[in-house]
Write a protein that binds this ligand. Structure first.
Ligand SMILES: NC(=O)c1cnc(N)c2cc(Br)sc12
Length: 323
């Protein structure tokens, strides 16, 4: 083959090797790859094809020569969620929020009250307690199947291994990385020449979903809990506001900024107040969650396949990137 063509192939091989090494490092160290596995696999296949055609151009340190050069990070065990972990419908304006309130209220004769809560910028978690002991912790995954992160969650100081009462209950909430811990972690990673996390949510996910729980322990994660499966039966509460108080009484971390509100004007005033407070918070929020306060109404309204009909997320406009 003419030299110039050989040089082109050599350059292509070098580019593919470098790209695969970067993605593998993100995956193994950060647990936050910047591309889907399928993209990695396709690029890996392209390099193995060139390696088969031009073996003389492949170095000893090639990704294709590493044992299992593909992303073979053993996955965490899977956990089925008998009650799916739903996400939330979003609205991006007060007008759209007012429409949602109107639609929701239309299903009821009595005037509904709403519980307003901060939308924590982290990753969803399920905690299963039996006789008050933490038995299992799992991520949302696709809503029906998540990952078992029990050993990791046991290292999070904010999450009690034992409740103040010996009850069986599944509670759900958000695990997050405080802003200060995020800044410190990225500074440390920068010093060590490692890739940094794009945002606290990735940092929390990457820190929680570690096979080595000692890494989770070092990362200073925290949590807020805001839901319990079948709370009326398991916790004997009738409203969302009472549920949050009951979770606090059990020894679980809950967010103190919730408020019971009636009208769109009250909700708008609450949102304006939280936007002002946002900077001072030690954790990230990306909106406000508005829930029908009466839990019996949740059963009447039900859920769609992906989201509850009894709650909505009002999303803040994206924060201005710091110049
Ligand atoms: N307070 C809440 O209900 C809440 C807070 N923060 C979040 N990221 C989420 C997500 C769902 Br789904 S609910 C919820």
């Amino acid at each position: 083959m003419a030299d110039s063509n050989m040089e082109k192939v050599q350059a292509k091989i070098a580019q593919l090797e470098q790209q695969l090494k970067t993605w593998a490092r993100e995956y193994y160290e950060n647990d936050a790859p910047s591309v889907e596995d399928a993209v990695y696999d396709q690029t890996y296949a392209e390099l193995t094809q060139l390696a088969a055609t031009y073996p003389e151009l492949i170095g000893a340190d090639s990704v294709t020569k590493q044992v299992g050069g593909k992303l073979l990070k053993p996955d965490l065990p899977e956990v089925e969620h008998p009650v799916p972990m739903l996400s939330l419908g979003d609205v991006f304006s007060i007008e759209a929020l007012a429409d949602w309130l109107k639609q929701t209220q239309a299903n009821f004769d009595e005037q509904l009250a709403y519980n307003a809560e901060l939308k924590i910028d982290g990753l969803a978690i399920s905690l299963e307690y039996e006789a008050g002991q933490l038995k299992r912790a799992s991520t949302r995954g696709d809503g029906r199947t998540g990952e078992d992160v029990t050993a990791n969650v046991r290292e999070i100081k904010a999450i009690p291994r034992q409740l103040n009462e010996a009850i069986d209950v599944e509670v759900r909430g958000e695990i997050y990385m405080p802003k200060a811990s995020f800044v410190k972690l990225n500074e440390q990673r920068e010093k060590e020449g490692l890739t940094t996390f794009a945002n606290p949510r990735n940092a929390a996910a990457g820190s929680l979903r570690q096979l080595d729980v000692k890494i989770t322990k070092e990362r200073q994660l925290a949590a807020f809990l805001y839901h319990a499966v079948d709370a009326e039966r398991t916790l004997g509460v009738e409203t969302q506001a009472d549920l949050l108080q009951r979770l606090t009484a059990l020894g679980l971390p809950t967010n103190p900024s919730n408020a019971v509100l009636q009208t769109i004007d009250e909700i708008q005033a609450y949102i304006s107040e939280q936007v002002v407070q946002r900077e001072q918070l030690t954790y990230g929020i990306d909106g406000i969650v508005i829930k029908v306060n009466d839990l019996a109404a949740h059963d009447e309204l039900g859920n769609t396949v992906k989201v509850p009909r009894w709650a909505i997320a009002y999303k803040f406009p994206p924060e201005e990137a710091e110049t």
